[in-house]
Design a protein around this ligand. Structure first.
Ligand code: TYD
Length: 136
């Protein structure tokens, strides 16, 4: 569970004729304490979000509606592409991985649960700096 790689996490799923239900809890289904959640929505066709790494922050990303891809790159340049398209699973992204959200469908809604409060100093926006940091 304490992977240093990005991994898909399947959530509990309560199938019900009234509508299905999934959930996740801190330090149980996802391996960190949730301090913050944010949403990405109304993304115009062809746009990307992200394009940076975090020094500390870990994230869990879910497609609440529609679909999008998450491209994750490690410090060695190895890329993994994940397609998120259902509400009953999400992508765990540890810190010190470069990640970009792309290929959003119409009406896609992205939920991100984060292990930290927002602080701009946590961002690594320069890919060469990301490589250096990851070598330490
Ligand atoms: P940012 O994380 O830079 O978006 P992206 O990586 O997709 O380009 O966030 C965009 C703006 O939103 C930035 O000015 C800071 C603000 N913001 C907050 O105030 N709180 C948050 O939790 C997040 C994620 C962003």
């Amino acid at each position: 569970m304490f992977s240093t790689k990005a991994v898909i996490i399947n959530l509990p799923k309560f199938l019900d004729p009234r509508g299905n239900l999934s959930f996740f809890e801190s330090n149980d289904h996802i391996p960190f304490e949730i301090k913050r959640s944010y949403l990405i929505y109304d993304v115009p066709g062809g746009e990307t979000r992200g394009g940076h790494a975090y020094k500390e922050q870990k994230e869990f990303v879910v497609a609440l509606s529609g679909s999008f891809d998450v491209l994750v790159t490690d410090s060695d340049g190895n890329e993994q592409l994940f397609n998120l398209n259902r509400s009953y699973f999400g992508l765990y992204i540890p810190n010190l991985l470069w990640r970009q959200l792309q290929n959003f469908s119409t009406n896609a809604v992205c939920l991100v649960a984060s292990s930290t409060h927002y602080y701009a100093e946590d961002y690594i926006r320069d890919f060469s700096e990301f490589n250096q940091n990851s070598m330490l």
